[in-house]
Design a protein around this ligand. Sequence first.
Ligand code: HEM
Length: 411
Amino acid sequence: MATQLVDHNADITTLDVSRGELYAADSWRPLFARLRKEAPIHYCRDSFFGPYWSASRYADIVDIESRPEIFSSSFEHGGITIFDMQNTGVQLAMFIAMDDPEHAEQRKTIAPAVTPTEIGKLAGPLRERTAQLLDSLPVNEPFDWVEKIAVELTTQMLATLFDFPWEERHKLPFWSDWAAKIDIGPDPVLNAEREKYCFEMASYFKKLFDERKALPPKGDLLSMMAHSQHMANLDEQRFMGNIALLVVGGNDTTRNSMSGLIEQINTYPEEWAKLKADPALASTAATETIRLQTPICHMRRTALEDVELHGQTIRKGEKIVIWYNSANRDEDVFPDGDKWDVNRANSRRHLSFGYGIHRCLGARLAELQLQTLIEEMVKRNMDVKLVGEPDRIPSCFTRGYHHMMVTMTRD
Ligand code: HEM
């Protein structure tokens, strides 16, 4: 792990864990270890994203997420990322960034698409596609795991969920990457570009949505929205926001977990050997991968009233960032928390999917995709080796990779 960006003796009040370069260099862990120990509720006065509070311990994050009436997710107060979205042309008025009752109404519309029964229907085709893709990989020749496996598998799943035109599916990760880019901050040129692609995505989806509305209801996400009480007539920002939520939610997160798996296999080859000896461990291995990857590093809340935490007063209107990447390594919950442990008994307690009323709707689907990938890799006795350092996304929101070069062998 690179540590050159971290001054271990820096005054704790000057720590800023939102700096993109910490994530590009994968050197953020010691800073959060300090925050958990010395300043679990910490104020950063000055950052690229303005002043913000941080919560870094597991128990505090659960507490904050359990009180949505005080800690708001609403886009009207700035939304769910450290970057205040309300002053840009793309507010991303999605239900993850709303409070109840509007959040609950829209969540109920989408929930039937991701019940265990519905997800069960996706399992067979998912396994087939995963197997095909793994069998198509070059042996002993370098290739980009992100492009060939992670992006392709998650894009195929998303296209299935939306019943999106198959040949055009590669538009989905392109839009998703732009919608999730918060590290561009207030840069007017990049924001204009982001706006352009978000509107392009919304108008493409609106056409499909109108077509589905005119047809009898079907099981795909767009048809379910078009025929629902609460999502059939959304305004422009809400329509675009919710499409972005489903596209980003179903895409970047699972994709980056699939690549994170390769980092874990390379760091802990003895755990990979355990999996090969006992494939029944694939489910825990999938959960462990999602815990350690923490593909969404943080959510943000805005205080609706003055509130005290660990003796610190967060004032009405201030933002508090809840760092899942830190909670998932909290020594009080996960001993030896940086280790990928395919036998870890409490791995499922991780907070990568959040907690409370906004807990991820796609959690089961993400786990299924990852578990299937692991099982099919084990079945082929695959060994995937990193070639050099992965190219990491310089963001404190999406924790993932632009590229990851690997070589592979299999039986
Ligand atoms: C490893 C993969 C994934 C991770 C790490 C992840 C992470 C998250 C997180 C952190 C939240 C917010 C939780 C909170 O505020 O407490 C969330 C919410 C959400 N996720 Fe995921 N997600 C993943 C996969 C998916 C997939 C595959 C889908 C859709 C098919 C999806 C759809 C959603 C939706 C709709 C919400 C909003 C729920 C609400 O506000 O009520 N996610 N996810």
